[in-house]
Design a protein around this ligand. Structure first.
Ligand SMILES: Nc1ncnc2c1ncn2[C@@H]1O[C@H](COP(=O)(O)OP(=O)(O)OP(=O)(O)O)[C@@H](O)[C@H]1O
Ligand SMILES: [Mg+2]
Length: 255
């Protein structure tokens, strides 16, 4: 990574555990990580290894038992509007239209209607949903709902966007299309993205760096720097396949 790159987010010795049936269960163990401004960072780990727990901690939705999160050098405690999340479960409001879902954040924050509509429309257009402003979530395909989730997160204008397995529920073809979409949006509107996946190919296709987590509890096993792998990437390129195999050989479980 370029030495001049600015660290925007820092995780220091993050640990999380829960008491389940009177037994302590560790979900995240001593995760330390620096995230650079505007990078596309992928967190790759097997199912149930603690990825969502880690994202919830970064988003301030739960408090770790140990360690701290720093944004722009200041400790983050509780949720912070500079950190946005595209949830694994999407969490769109089914009774609200696309526009109402996307403008919900600024509406709650008290942004005047005209201003929030303008911002929401910009991101609805950017994700390719122009013309669907008045549609309801049940009228949309899986990929379109994901686009709504992405537009909603961008409309809150976060510095850091957390995407927790956003394409896990999609069929393979829609998933490829959405991976390209998310890269196109990221190139156009540079933000720091932390993207969670359990799919190695998706990780190598998207990431500037990949943080490989070990299986439960989540620990940083290895960090791969992919900045020399040119974009747009080709999944059949020999270098792509070499990196993919290298990561695959280093994982705890079949990913
Ligand atoms: N509030 C909680 N109380 C008890 N256990 C919890 C709690 N939240 C998470 N866990 C446990 O922590 C572990 C990690 O969960 P997490 O949801 O982070 O996994 P994940 O890596 O996101 O999995 P997936 O790939 O399926 O989304 C799981 O075993 C889960 O049951
Ligand atoms: Mg999860």
């Amino acid at each position: 990574m370029d030495e001049k790159k600015k660290v925007i987010l820092k995780l220091e010795h993050i640990s999380q555990s829960y008491v389940v049936n009177s037994q302590v269960k560790d979900a995240v163990e001593d995760v330390s990580l620096e995230v650079y401004d505007n990078e596309f960072l992928v967190i790759l780990g097997p199912g149930h290894c603690g990825k969502t727990v880690l994202m919830n901690i970064i988003a301030g939705l739960e408090k770790p038992v140990g360690g701290a999160v720093y944004l722009d050098g200041e400790q983050v405690e509780g949720s912070d509007k500079r950190i946005g999340m595209v949830f694994q479960s999407l969490a769109l409001m089914p009774w609200k239209t696309v526009m109402a879902n996307v403008e919900f954040g600024p509406e709650v924050a008290g942004v005047p209607k005209e201003e929030r509509r303008k911002t929401a429309q910009k991101y609805i257009d950017l994700v390719g949903l122009k013309g669907f402003e008045k549609s309801y979530p049940h009228e949309l395909s899986g990929g379109m709902k994901q686009r709504v989730g992405i537009a909603r997160a961008y409309t809150n204008n976060p510095e850091i966007l957390l995407m927790d397995e956003p394409f896990g529920q999609l069929d393979a073809q829609t998933r490829y299309a959405m991976e390209e979409e998310v890269l196109r949006i990221w190139e156009k509107e540079k933000r720091t993205i932390i993207f969670v996946t359990n799919n190695i190919e998706e990780a190598v296709y998207l990431g500037d760096r990949i943080v490989l987590l070990s299986n439960c509890p989540a620990k940083v096993k290895e960090i791969y720097d992919l900045k020399n792998l040119a974009r747009p990437r080709n999944t059949t390129d020999p270098e792509f396949l070499r990196i993919r195999t290298e990561i695959s050989d280093n994982t705890d479980l079949a990913l």
